[in-house]
Design a protein around this ligand. Sequence first.
Ligand code: NAD
Ligand code: MG
Length: 401
Amino acid sequence: MTGTAERRLVLLGATGSIGAQSLEVLARYPGIARLHGLAVGGSRPQQVAEQVLVHRPERLVVADPGHAETIERTVTVACADAGIATPRIDAGQNAVIDLAGSLGDHDVVLNAITGSVGLLPTLAALTSGARLALANKESLVVGGHLVTAAAAPGQILPVDSEHTAIAQALAGVRPDQVSRLVVTASGGPFRGRTREQLATVTPEQALAHPTWAMGRVITTNSATLVNKALEVIEACFQFDLPEDRVDVVVHPQSIVHSMVTLVDGSTIAQASPPDMRHAIGWALAHPEKLPGLAAALDFSAAQSWTFEPVDEDTFPAIAIARASHREGGGAMAAYNAANEEAVDAFFAGDLSFLGITELIREVLDHPRRPRADLTDGVDGVLAVETWARGAARSLIGEQGR
Ligand code: NAD
Ligand code: MG
């Protein structure tokens, strides 16, 4: 690639599913950028040490201070054994935000943290002027207005297969030529099941995704269809459209990653075998294309691609999210916070699978839910979050579900 030799990359969430695949892409295409810094939660010291040895970042941030000492020791020993300089190591959430905001216009920040804790790093990266390759969809869901207000046109490049697909389908298309976005959904592991059949689902069953290997929260969200719900909101903010112009269609093969229907009746689709390295490489290298980034479709073998409507009665998560987007303000922050608490409770054995979506609905219907005003800024969003987490926990505790 030309003209990017000096470009630096900060990778937030380096040890996760997206983070590790991003480093694979970077190792194969070192011309994309030089790795400046990594941020990790901290629970995987050996993986972090290996990443540091291969990519030699100047900075390393451990978000959870409880893990900082172990990471520092492991990384320091590994660097000494290899005879390379140890990176500067900081700890805590403020250090993650500082790292996210430490680059400039020619650089790129890839936010692959899970959860709404990614919001402040997203805002810091946008303020710095760096390109933001955004896998952390939660930051766009909970702080959509703040994030879009902080972003220059084209500054955010989505790292989410559906939104990466839509962005590609929109190349050369004017906003007034777009009729609808069509987001595809695999349907998750429980496609075709009834509510009765879902009553006894275990975390292990929810983690068996048919087409994608991902982190725990997003995999659970794929089973409840909360992930698709978050993606509808993500699409509304990323592409500046109301929710009633963003459709969802179930496509179990996960080959067509999403589509755009134009005003003249034409539908443009992006298709490739399911592989997140495609979305990661697209966002990091844009507008260049990385030769051989991921396998292409092979049409020498017969195949069929099918599409069917979402069973909204069994999976109400999308309809609830649409209502929260129409309401605006802090409703989407409450939705996401309730879901994050619900997923934790599901894994702790304190909430049933169907209870996850029920809890989101109860938190949103709560008579005392605060209505954040957009003028309240990030503090308003965070206040709604805190309230929603508290409300979710007490509802879980009360009902002992
Ligand atoms: P994951 O759970 O595998 O990884 C999360 C990473 O974030 C880990 O490295 C963890 O250590 C780190 N982390 C946790 N808290 C942190 C904090 N406060 N500061 C810095 N780092 C922190 O998750 P994932 O599956 O890689 O997903 C990451 C994000 O990408 C999510 O928002 C998810 O919805 C989105 N996404 C993932 C996929 C996928 O295929 N995995 C696809 C599309 C979008
Ligand atoms: Mg997706």
